[in-house]
Design a protein around this ligand. Structure first.
Ligand code: CP
Length: 308
């Protein structure tokens, strides 16, 4: 199996074989993070620039840790401390970063398609770390790695995604990736938060959380993204929590080996009850651990893998 892409812009277009290569590579690189000396020389002399136009804790930190564990040099830049605040455009910013000859540019941007645009202007590999409402491919890959680790396979796995799918780039990337890998995807949420035509992507849609819970092998709760909603899409947070928040009581009807996922950050007490988030079915922190491994795998594969 080989991986010959130069950029990772989305889950769309990735083949089953390519996803398999990324996950298998991540699985083999994961143990490096548990050594006493958490570093290998694989990407020595390479430079990774993390450019985040939006806030991030997990994605930004894990890209930086992933690059350092492979011995790459890293630079992190945020919109508020760059010359964007003086009016420099995205493309000019990228061209100036490119002039310093980095090998990888990791970008998070509020505009869907920003990483795709940059990939046309610069030679470095571009990795999409989340673009607007569009995609968050590395989150989907770490989610799939976690599901595969806990459940053995993605083929035939029943995955329930709950909440604000309309504003969720995590959901979009997961749906594309999971369907490619042969999983069954169900979506539950208020009608105002479920995008039209989900069924056309092979997703089973429902408006009641309880109807899907008994069938789910995986329950993925989404963050309520109030900052992206133009208007309130439900009457109150309390009502949302009551009908679409995952409560301890919901799990009485779940499979005994169900796993609970959430991409973070959590709105505790809104989409997920703290007892569920911290409870025995939760794999939320495993997702974060696997985020480092998946990002190590991508840096390794995009920069040539074994070929170099
Ligand atoms: N899941 C995720 O993207 O988290 P951050 O926004 O903290 O990076």
């Amino acid at each position: 199996m080989s991986f010959s892409r130069h950029h990772l812009l989305g889950m769309k277009g990735l083949t089953r074989e390519e996803i398999e290569v990324i996950l298998t590579t991540a699985e083999s690189l994961k143990e490096i993070s548990f050594r006493d000396i958490k570093k290998v020389p694989t990407l020595r002399g390479r430079t990774v620039v993390n450019f985040f136009y939006e806030a991030s804790t997990r994605t930004r930190t894990s890209f930086e840790i992933a690059a350092k564990r492979l011995s790459a040099d890293t630079v992190s830049l945020s919109a508020s401390t760059s010359s964007l605040v003086k009016g420099e455009t995205l493309i000019d910013t990228a061209k100036n970063l490119e002039a310093m000859n980095p090998d990888v540019l990791v970008i998070r941007h509020p505009m869907g398609g920003a990483p795709h645009l940059l990939s046309r202007f610069i030679r470095a590999s571009v990795i999409n770390a989340g673009d607007g409402l569009h995609e968050h491919p590395t989150q989907a890959l770490l989610d799939m790695m976690t599901m595969r680790e806990k459940k053995g396979t993605l083929q035939g796995l029943q995955v329930l995604i709950v909440g604000d799918l309309t504003h969720s780039r995590v959901a979009r990337s997961n749906i594309i990736g999971l369907k490619t890998m042969g999983a069954r995807v169900m979506a539950a949420g208020p009608p105002t938060m479920l995008p039209p035509h989900l069924e056309a992507y092979g997703v089973e849609v429902g408006y009641r959380l309880e109807e899907f819970i008994p069938r789910a092998d995986v329950i993925m709760m989404l963050r309520l993204q109030l900052e992206r909603q133009q208007q309130m899409l439900f009457p109150s947070l309390r009502e949302y929590s009551r009908f679409f928040g995952l409560q301890p009581g919901n799990l009485k009807k779940a499979k005994k080996d169900v796993i609970i996922m959430h991409p973070g950050p959590l709105n505790r007490g809104v989409e997920i009850h703290p007892e569920v988030a911290d409870g025995p079915y939760s794999v939320i922190l495993d997702q974060v651990t696997n985020g480092v491994a998946v990002r190590m795998a991508l840096l390794y594969l995009l920069l040539g893998g074994e070929k170099k």
